[in-house]
Design a protein around this ligand. Structure first.
Ligand code: SF4
Length: 297
């Protein structure tokens, strides 16, 4: 059974009349095929097309508005923080099957290696472990990480000297800060060291530049899993005001620089996805954990 057939079988098992289908960007090309397969089972489908960044970002409000009685969220498993949903949600992780061959392991200098990945590549970790062990390393499987959640790295921290992230891009490995981390890029089939200093330098520059701010805009998202993930906006506002500075709360769905044009503030405090601050903003932007540093506490 291929993954579309599995998805259809799981959805049909819930006997919904009408569903909303939410796909990450990389799987949107499958939408028409999935809709057609569901139609053959008598299930009407509406496709959610706003950007989707993870299970923190459910299209449940859109599903309710469109009278769907199930949201099918593809590509991620349930978020690590509980939050209420306006319709029941079926999570359907999508696994990518790639053959791992001919990887040059010489860039890895440490012996005990913790293996990390995203949900779609979890099935590859046993294979990677076998390859490392055969080449004289001691590999320990950690498991899935998110850009904001590294529990599976932390739990094996004492057993490893470095980590190897199996996946693509630097977003996920940059979340791991307690040990050196390499990335096995599945597109290039190459291993490279991921240097967190670029992100850390930007963070310190933002803190430094926010020290002079007199007015702070506190950013809150309507994305339910990210909504005040980093702390309650009202408490942050009070804290800033105690330092004889002004603060006001701004609510929006997508937090990005262009959406903030026209908001008159000297700096922003982010309460949503902690990785937003790594994007370009024309004003200093800090996460709530860096407020004390920016306020001089
Ligand atoms: S890193 Fe941001 S987008 Fe990714 S799961 Fe966490 S809150 Fe969501």
């Amino acid at each position: 059974m291929d993954q579309i057939q599995q998805l259809v079988a799981e959805v049909a098992g819930k006997s919904p009349k009408k569903i909303m289908l939410q796909l990450p960007a990389g799987l949107k090309m499958k939408a028409a095929e999935i809709v057609e397969s569901l139609k053959k089972q008598g299930i009407e489908t509406i496709v959610a097309n706003n950007p989707c960044y993870g299970a923190c970002d459910l299209a449940d409000a859109e599903a309710k508005q469109m009278n769907c009685n199930l949201l099918v969220h593809v590509g991620h498993n349930k978020f690590y923080v509980d939050f209420p949903s306006e319709v029941p949600v079926l999570y359907f992780p999508w696994f990518i099957d790639i053959r791992i061959n001919g990887i040059d392991l010489s860039k890895i200098k440490e012996k005990r290696i913790g293996l990390l990945t995203t949900i779609q590549h979890t099935t590859l970790l046993n294979d990677v472990k076998e390859k490392l062990d055969k080449n004289g390393f001691e590999a320990v499987i950690g498991g899935q990480v998110l850009g904001c959640w590294t529990f599976n790295a932390d739990k094996i921290e004492d057993k490893v000297d470095a980590y190897l992230y199996v996946g693509s891009g630097k977003f996920h490995p940059l979340a791991v800060k307690n040990k050196k981390i390499y990335s096995l890029d599945m597109e290039k089939m190459q291993i490279e060291h991921v240097d967190p200093m670029v992100i850390e330098k930007r963070r310190y520059a933002n803190i430094y530049n926010a020290k002079d701010a007199k007015t702070f805009a506190i950013l809150v998202t309507t994305k339910k899993g990210q909504n005040q993930l980093l702390g309650p906006a009202e408490e942050i506002k009070e804290k800033v005001e105690k330092h004889q500075k002004s603060a006001f709360i701004v609510v929006m769905n997508e937090i990005n620089d262009s959406a903030l044009l026209g908001i008159k503030a000297d700096a922003f405090i982010n309460t949503a996805c902690p990785r937003i601050v790594e994007d370009f903003f024309s004003k200093p932007i800090i996460n709530t954990g860096d407020i004390d540093a920016a306020l001089g506490d």
